[in-house]
Ligand binder design. Structure first.
Ligand code: NAD
Length: 531
């Protein structure tokens, strides 16, 4: 209940849960709570779908994905409205960061699947095995389970789904209970694309299971072949423990505490706008949001003034209104977490220049865009993920100090460095994060070709890009021996074979006359009568 979830009494054979608009609190819809039996049935259907889907020629799978991209584009405005109503984000963000990123991902996966699946020759120089030819092929795992969060309710599950489908896997997706509808819309669009390609009579390789944590847990414990989990560190850890018990391979995309480093040669106007947008977009609820901003002392007070000026112009309200810049937080639990961190920092001596309070007059989950200074790393605001519209700014004296502050975190998802490009690039190379951007932020997540993922508590593995697709295929080494009528020298019996095999080893690893003599001494092995 405290997460804004209400269970609805049984109206048929299955229990349901409800979703709510975070801007208004109004109920939006009811969705089935999938039991473990229904999750297993969905995995079984997906496996049936995978059997035919993986045997389709690659160009046909890519054609389906290209059609999905087109359908996403056609439905962009209605999808953006659905996303805004469930997640609270402004319509422009839903359109660009969910719908456009998803359509781009579909095309990228369609374009690159053949390269990911391309077979490779594995040459070798072993003289005892010279009549063999080795080849590496990349095979789909089978059924990929995807568990996704609410903050990018379309683009996160869609990008992972397209990567998995493109290389011949099936997918069972468990979307967040706070924002299930975009996943169901995706299921509908994939169904329409399959139909348009003449593939609709077959069981679908894409299934959605709705529900709360226990439904996710059922998916982890089902017979899936690999899991992509995106969500909080706490849940990620629980998922990793369950997966370890089954030796289920997992990719974990977890939280962040991203640093923004503003060097003395940065453009003050651009960097302050970036800091405001990077910390406030999606109401700060982005895994790659700016959560800590470090600014060179020589420009620190001017930077803070510029940020203050820009934050005071932000329009906070319902994301469905086209003039809104900053929407509500997702729910009351998130509002309380943000308030707790800001209040604690204030009690420890931090100065709040703007915001620092909820805005109950606007609706249940609004928090004012907040600018806060005089912070340090002893405060939870600077060490734990905040996920709210808060920009904490701290000064530094030189590059070494900036780098050590940026790296002083349990997280390592993304970071940005601002300044003269060569200077900023040199600093960026020393920042420990999965993505480090120079003179930009967050947009790396929208580049389909760019791998996404983090270090430390930010997770394990990569999604997006070729590296993300490679995570969804397993290598298979195929060895073909052309001496099909010859028994191997090292087979039974061993009796009377040892001396010649010893000479054989010497022949391989010696040279000159010694090698010739060893070759001669190994000859009996070739005439040995084998069982
Ligand atoms: P969450 O961990 O609460 O939930 C994520 C998903 O896990 C939901 O679908 C939920 O139902 C499911 N779940 C809950 N308990 C489960 C269990 N025991 N077993 C299996 N599944 C379970 O996270 P959230 O609040 O939805 O998302 C916000 C978090 O996600 C933030 O920490 C954010 O940084 C992180 N995130 C990370 C990335 C990234 O790419 N690294 C991207 C977006 C969000």
């Amino acid at each position: 209940m405290d997460m804004g979830i209400h269970l609805v009494s049984n109206t048929g054979s299955h229990e349901r849960f409800s979703t709510f608009n975070p801007a208004t609190g109004e109920p939006l819809g009811h969705y089935p709570l999938f039991s473990s039996t229904r999750v297993s049935a969905a995995v079984a259907s997906a496996r049936e779908g995978q059997a035919w889907w993986s045997r389709l020629p690659q160009r046909r799978r890519s054609a389906v994905l290209r059609r999905v991209a087109q359908l996403l584009c056609n439905e962009r405005d209605s999808l953006a409205q659905i996303i805004t109503s469930e997640s609270g984000k402004p319509l422009q963000e839903a359109l660009l960061h969910d719908v456009l990123v998803s359509a781009d991902a579909a095309v990228f996966c369609a374009d690159n699947a053949a390269a990911v699946l391309r077979r490779e020759k594995i040459p070798h120089k072993n003289p005892g095995l010279r009549f063999k030819r080795g080849e590496l092929s990349w095979e789909p795992f089978g059924v990929i389970g995807i568990i996704s969060p609410w903050n990018y309710p379309l683009s996160i599950p869609a990008a992972d789904t397209f990567a998995a489908l493109a290389v011949g896997n099936a997918v069972v997706l468990k979307p967040s209970e706070l924002t299930p509808r975009p996943a169901l819309e995706l299921e509908h669009l994939i169904g329409a694309a399959l139909e348009a390609e003449g593939l609709s009579a077959l069981p679908s390789p894409f299934q959605v299971v709705t529900g709360l944590g226990p439904t996710g847990q059922s998916l982890v414990s089902s017979s899936i072949d690999k899991l992509i989990f995106t969500g909080s560190v706490a849940t990620g850890r629980r998922v990793a423990v369950s997966a370890a018990a089954q030796l289920l391979p997992v990719i974990l995309e977890l939280g962040g505490k991203d640093a923004m480093v503003v060097l003395e040669d940065a453009d003050l106007d651009v960097a302050s706008s970036a800091a405001v947008w990077g910390s406030m977009m999606n109401t700060g609820q982005t895994c790659v949001s700016v959560e800590r901003c470090y600014v060179h002392r020589s420009i620190y007070s001017r930077f803070v003034s510029r940020c203050l000026e820009k934050i005071s112009k932000l329009k906070v309200g319902n994301g469905a209104v086209s003039t809104t810049d900053v929407g509500p937080l997702i729910n009351l639990a998130q509002l309380q977490k943000v308030s707790r961190q800001v209040d604690e920092a204030r009690a420890l001596g931090a100065i709040v220049h703007a915001g620092g309070n909820p805005l109950p007059d606007l609706g249940p989950n609004f928090y004012a865009p907040t600018l806060i200074t005089d912070v340090d790393h002893s405060m939870s605001l600077m060490s734990e993920e905040t996920f709210g519209p808060v920009l904490p700014v701290m000064p530094f004296s030189d590059d070494d100090e900036a780098i050590s502050l940026a790296n002083d975190s349990d997280f390592g998802l993304a970071a940005s460095v601002w300044g003269r490009p060569s200077h900023a690039k040199a600093v960026a190379r020393r920042v420990a994060a999965g993505t480090v951007m120079v003179n930009d932020l967050i947009s790396g997540f929208g580049i389909s070709a760019a791998p996404h993922g983090g270090l430390k508590q930010s997770g394990i593995g990569r999604t997006h890009g070729i590296l993300g697709m490679r995570e969804l295929v397993r290598p298979c080494y195929l060895d073909v021996d052309f001496t099909s009528r010859v028994k191997k020298l090292w087979w039974y019996p061993y009796a009377e074979n040892l001396a010649s095999m010893s000479a054989f080893v010497e022949m391989i690893h010696s040279s000159g006359l010694r090698r010739v003599v060893a070759a001669f001494r190994s000859l009996p092995a070739f005439f040995h009568r084998r069982y």
